[in-house]
Design a protein around this ligand. Structure first.
Ligand SMILES: Cc1cc2nc3c(=O)[nH]c(=O)nc-3n(C[C@H](O)[C@H](O)[C@H](O)COP(=O)(O)OP(=O)(O)OC[C@H]3O[C@@H](n4cnc5c(N)ncnc54)[C@H](O)[C@@H]3O)c2cc1C
Ligand SMILES: NC(=O)C1=CN([C@@H]2O[C@H](COP(=O)(O)OP(=O)(O)OC[C@H]3O[C@@H](n4cnc5c(N)ncnc54)[C@H](OP(=O)(O)O)[C@@H]3O)[C@@H](O)[C@H]2O)C=CC1
Ligand SMILES: O=C(O)C(=O)Cc1c[nH]c2ccccc12
Length: 375
């Protein structure tokens, strides 16, 4: 038996690949649905920002008439069809609270709390696949002087419409940029904190880069993509943004940090409709002081400061695979396999393309282990 924790794209894909190999598995999901990140924790306008051919799961391409950049509902429909087609049937409302390896039996003991009955359930498996996602828990940094009770604080994707209000978005990753764009469109006076240098590319540049990477080295791809970005967006420093010294696809490969993909956000920044601010130095009585000595007050603060992976809170014997941050110790492509039948899917920092590779690798490896054991 294989126990899979998480029914997002990674858990669904891993279960589908195991089903195709007739290897019994169970998928445990804390929410009442699969793909909860998109169904319950993202905004309506969200689209896949990679071309669909880089976002499909194993053994099921997107429909040929599907748009290149899949809208949220279209991707949800794809995931639901995927689960149904490969007979993936997660057990919902199961929050995995503990997983430990039992030396005497050579098996994993997984304890899950049933959220509807409040009962505690035990699942035993020779193999354990962690598919709880890189984006499992919102991260909000401590900021000196910020009274979380006073200003309305919204985390990550849950953003209220703030027409006519002064809103600060902290974080200029893809979430921060998209949320600031939406807030500005809804009539808010939006500002965004860009603490460190950031690459800004268009979806088409990323699509070109990912296509070229199959044929030419990353340095050359980055040279082309950066030239296009500078031609298209100009000198970002005029708008308070800086480009990193290291190039975008190199950074994605080495650090997992994605470039920010411009959803017409740069147009608003260039038009002065969105103000870019440096790091927050401190907050005093609701007044924000920034690194450039600017001082502003805001009605709403949105933290788009990324996510954490709390795997180590419940995975007791995961040190062969995960570091303290709940991310793999090993670099891609060797990141997905630990000891004693422990695996992780969806932690390659490679998005859905990374998930496709993880799911196939894990299912094939389990099949090989079982064959070697004569099971
Ligand atoms: C807003 C956003 C947009 C993205 N867009 C793209 C994109 O366009 N293209 C791309 O390639 N990548 C994209 N990514 C990155 C990544 O590919 C996606 O997040 C993808 O959904 C990851 O799938 P996953 O299954 O690894 O994790 P998730 O989708 O996060 O699923 C993990 C599942 O595990 C469950 N879970 C967590 N902890 C437990 C527990 N203890 N017990 C039981 N269940 C648990 C969660 O409820 C969740 O359903 C995006 C990420 C985000 C946040
Ligand atoms: N398909 C789509 O349209 C979308 C995809 N995504 C994906 O979701 C994933 C998560 O993205 P996202 O939510 O943006 O998270 P990220 O981790 O990508 O970005 C977090 C941002 O917050 C900043 N930050 C963190 N701490 C602080 C702080 N104390 N002060 C100021 N800034 C801070 C980081 O800056 P620093 O660089 O200095 O650490 C970074 O800019 C990514 O893979 C992304 O590509 C997200 C939204 C939309
Ligand atoms: O959305 C993300 O962060 C992803 O990880 C998707 C992704 C995989 N490879 C990339 C290369 C450049 C930009 C985004 C991605």
């Amino acid at each position: 038996m294989v126990v899979i924790v998480g029914a997002g794209p990674a858990g669904l894909a891993t279960s589908a690949c195991l089903n195709l190999l007739c290897i019994p598995n169970v998928v445990l999901e804390r929410e009442d649905c699969s793909a909860s990140l998109r169904k319950k924790r993202s905004y309506d306008r969200l689209k896949l920002h990679l071309a669909k051919r880089f976002c499909q799961l194993p053994h099921m391409p997107f429909p040929s008439d599907a748009p290149t950049f899949m809208p949220r509902n279209g991707f949800i429909e794809y995931l639901d069809n995927y689960a149904s087609h490969f007979s993936v049937d997660p057990l919902y409302n199961r929050v995995v609270e503990s997983a430990s390896f039992e030396e005497h039996s050579g098996k994993w003991l997984v304890i899950a709390k049933h959220m509807l009955s409040n009962g505690v359930e035990e699942y035993v498996g020779r193999f354990l696949v962690v598919a709880t996602g890189e984006n499992s828990e919102g991260y909000v940094p401590e900021i000196m002087g910020l009274d979380r009770g006073r200003s309305c604080i919204l985390i990550n994707m849950r953003v209220a419409k703030s027409c006519g209000r002064d809103v600060l978005v902290v974080g200029c990753g893809n979430s921060g940029m998209e949320i600031a764009y939406d807030l500005s469109n809804w009539g808010a006076r939006a500002s965004i904190v860009a603490r460190n240098p950031v690459h800004v590319l268009t979806k088409e540049m990323v699509q070109l880069g990912m296509t070229l990477l199959k044929y030419i080295p990353v340095d050359f791809v980055d040279y082309i993509v950066l030239m296009l970005s500078k031609w298209n967006h100009g000198h970002l420093c005029e708008y308070g943004l800086r480009r990193p010294t290291k190039r975008p696809f190199y950074l994605k490969k080495e650090t997992g940090r994605s470039p920010t993909i411009d959803v017409r956000m740069m147009g608003k920044i260039k038009a002065g409709q969105i103000q870019v601010l440096p790091s927050i130095e401190k907050v005093t009585g609701g007044r924000f002081e920034f690194q450039n000595r600017k001082v502003n007050q805001f009605d709403v603060v949105v933290f788009a400061t990324g996510y954490k992976s709390p795997v180590r809170k419940w995975l007791k014997d995961g040190t062969s695979l995960f570091n303290e941050d709940g991310m793999p110790k090993k670099r891609t492509p060797d990141h997905w396999k630990g000891e004693n039948g422990l695996y992780c899917a969806g932690f390659a920092r490679g998005g859905l393309l990374g998930i496709l590779n993880d799911a196939k690798n894990i299912a094939d490896d389990i099949c090989k282990v079982l064959a070697e054991k004569g099971d």
